[in-house]
Design a protein around this ligand. Structure first.
Ligand SMILES: Nc1ncnc2c1ncn2[C@@H]1O[C@H](COP(=O)(O)OP(=O)(O)OP(=O)(O)O)[C@@H](O)[C@H]1O
Ligand SMILES: CC(=O)N[C@H]1[C@@H]2OC[C@@H](O2)[C@@H](O)[C@@H]1O[C@H](C)C(=O)O
Length: 367
């Protein structure tokens, strides 16, 4: 079936959308992609909702700002989806992630805002969403979800040795795929989120464009060692992060370039620590997500990990893998196939997931 997948990540840049043809198993053919950037006003509404959600922390009534932010997410998805549908023709199904505003897996809580019914109605297509919930309820972390798709990509690339996909978004997450198809996955630590935060706080842009700040700074080794003492890195097995789990108060008053250089090294070193949790060192690392556009980050990863290839060098669309994954997972959800496994999220047994929302006024039904 032709499936459209949406992802709006924690960096609040906008909505990625991708179409794939898939059976939710080994057949995956990549189709068209699109992107709808959030305006500054929309980003401010989403940032406010994220701050409020963090302060709320799941106790008591949800903050009022979440409703307005959900409206922004729904409208941006319908816009991005309509544009792609008008360019590329109809699809059978949509996989919709929504915007994560809070992730507290240890309390069985993860919150993605955006009403799937509004997206289904706005695009006239059935929508699969809420793909983290069943996993959480069965003792999993509810994240990461993309390993099933990374594994399908590894098969399609014909990878022989162990291969690791590293997605460098706000948070970084890895999927290790062994020779026999075995999976290991978890969030490794920060991705670009802390770098974005400090660059934005100093009013010099939205991110370290081209890694220029990191390249102009010195890594503070003492601070780096302290950062790596965070208890998250002592954990083993499946684990996941909220984008705001690492504090940045130490950066105040320090030279921006040095802070960014140190944070870039922090992301790379945290991935390096992940090596201790893998059955074998990967023959190759495939870098995807926004961090793959940051040459200082890529260099730091190469130095720490060895052979790294950019997803784009392997014919993959590194910026759309998460959106493609949401499409792939929607197809799997509809087919009743597992989305997550004990090795990827810590769920007790392989878990199906996702719910189906039918568009109002559409006669045919799926599922
Ligand atoms: N040219 C560039 N130079 C440096 N960094 C870049 C560049 N392009 C993108 N990035 C980084 O990538 C980030 C966006 O990455 P991405 O879209 O993968 O994150 P996300 O999907 O929002 O996050 P997550 O996967 O954690 O939800 C930007 O905020 C920025 O930090
Ligand atoms: C709760 C949540 O939205 N987590 C994101 C975030 O961004 C990267 C990493 O942290 C990953 O765990 C996850 O996203 C992708 C889509 C995932 O679940 O695989």
């Amino acid at each position: 079936m032709r499936v459209m997948g949406f992802m709006s990540g924690t960096s609040l840049d906008g909505v990625d959308v991708a179409i794939i043809e898939t059976d939710g198993r080994d057949d995956v053919v990549q189709g068209a992609t699109g992107f709808a950037a959030f305006s500054d006003g929309e980003r401010a509404i989403l940032a406010r909702a994220t701050r409020d959600a963090l302060a709320w922390n799941g106790y008591g009534d949800q903050p009022a700002s979440l409703a307005g932010a959900a409206g922004v997410i729904e409208a941006a998805h319908v816009l991005a989806g309509r544009d792609l549908l008008s360019r590329c023709g109809p699809v059978d199904l949509i996989g919709f992630h929504g915007q994560t505003v809070l992730h507290r897996p240890e309390r069985g809580l993860t919150l993605q805002i955006g009403d799937p019914q509004v997206v289904a109605d706005g695009l006239g297509v059935p929508v699969v969403a809420q793909m983290r919930q069943d996993d959480l309820q069965a003792g999993g972390q509810g994240a990461p979800l993309v390993p099933a798709y990374h594994a399908a990509l590894a098969r399609s690339l014909g990878c022989l040795g162990p291969v690791a996909f590293l997605n460098i978004g706000g948070v970084a997450n890895l999927t290790w795929i062994g020779r026999d198809g075995a999976l290991v996955a978890f969030d490794t630590g920060p991705g670009n989120g802390l770098i974005d935060e400090v660059v934005q706080a100093r009013g010099v842009g939205r991110y370290d464009d081209g890694g220029r700040l990191a390249r102009a700074g010195q890594v503070d080794q003492e601070r780096l060692a302290k950062l790596l003492e965070h208890p998250y890195f002592r954990g083993r097995g499946a684990r996941s992060l909220d984008r705001y789990d690492f504090a940045l108060d130490w950066a105040e008053g320090r030279k921006l370039e040095d802070v960014v250089a140190t944070l870039t090294a922090f992301t790379a070193e945290a991935v390096g620590l992940a090596l201790d949790h893998l059955p074998d060192a990967p023959d190759i690392w495939v870098l995807c997500g926004g961090g793959a556009h940051n040459p200082a980050m890529v260099d730091a990863l190469r130095q720490r990990l060895g052979a790294c290839r950019l997803a784009s060098d392997l014919g993959l669309r590194g910026d759309y893998i998460e959106a493609e994954a949401m499409a792939y997972l929607a197809a799997r959800s509809l087919a009743g196939l597992p989305l997550t496994w004990p090795e990827t999220t810590g769920v007790r047994t392989a878990s199906t997931g996702g719910r189906l929302w039918q568009p109002a006024g559409v006669a045919h039904t799926l599922g």
